[in-house]
Design a protein around this ligand. Sequence first.
Ligand code: NAI
Ligand code: MG
Length: 354
Amino acid sequence: MKKHIVLLPGDGIGPEVTKAAKQVLEAIAGRYQHTFTFESHDIGGAAVDQHGTPLPEDTVEACNKADAVFLGAVGGPKWDQLPGHLRPEKGLLGIRKQLGLFANLRPVQAFQQLLHASPLKSEVVAGSDLLIVRELTGGLYFGEPRERRDNGQSVVDTLAYQRSEIERIVEKAFQSAQVRRKHLTSVDKANVLESSRMWREVVEEKKQAYPDVEVEHMLVDAAAMKLVTNPSSFDVIVTENMFGDILSDEASVLTGSLGMLPSASVREDGVGLFEPVHGSAPDIAGQNKANPLASILSVAMMLKHSFGMQEEADTVEAAVHEVLHAGFHTADLDITQGIEVGGSQMAAKVIEQI
Ligand code: NAI
Ligand code: MG
């Protein structure tokens, strides 16, 4: 298959982890006889320096024509004092919006070799393997009106959804559950919020089309507690934008390092933006310390979600498991056993396995 991929390395460790992602894609292309072509563009602080804006026209145009986009990370102290419209994060929010990416997928897995890297008890974390499907373009973060009123004496934010917006994210979640362990937890606050009651209705309607998926409704406060007391009881979680934002950061502690967490933002036709969950880590940039596994696992998500290459994706994930199993890890993983290596060595180990 032929696929065209746009790379947006960004700032700090972004370029280092993007290099690892590209090498892994090349290794997969070699093993499975695909043709992957690449094009790099500026975003974030790097784009501010080069073009005076965090999201240049060129970058948007290239992403619009791509089969998939890989993004490293944006931001850093160099750009912290800039006015709002020039902030590097504007580039990231802008490109997600321009591409119409409504589903944010964040898998969280407790790797057997890394159980002790989590601040939670290893017997609690063991066996956890869940996927959070977060609605990304509606809900509380985008609803209108949102404003100060009465001379600053009152304020309003709005949690608004079109039924169609709930339907498409719920469908995405059912499809994800079908290829996993067939269990879907829909998280809401239906005892208080009208929007949550509509959310429940949509889930109940949609489940008719997925009779093999077991559905459960859970209030967001209960879900927050269960994520750290019994995380292995979850398979797929689907939820509103802000609930998903909070729960996915909470769930990230199961894995033990930000450097292990991949993510994808996708739309109906499969086009997506794939990025590690972590930021630009200016404290370790340029020192070959960045853990490339979050990016490499994001590549596996690209292969699966944008290219329909399930076997290739499984190969990448299996390679990561093998390398961890052999005891290799980067310095961010706070574990005493095993062999500590630099970021580029870690990527090379994975590629060797592929
Ligand atoms: P961060 O995720 O960049 O770093 C937090 C801590 O985790 C640091 O100690 C860092 O060294 C470590 N870390 C992160 N990724 C790592 C990796 N792959 N390997 C090893 N260690 C890793 O978050 P922080 O420090 O809050 O933000 C730094 C900059 O990144 C800020 O400008 C922030 O706005 C930006 N940022 C960008 C994001 C994005 O592009 N998606 C997301 C979060 C923050
Ligand atoms: Mg967040």
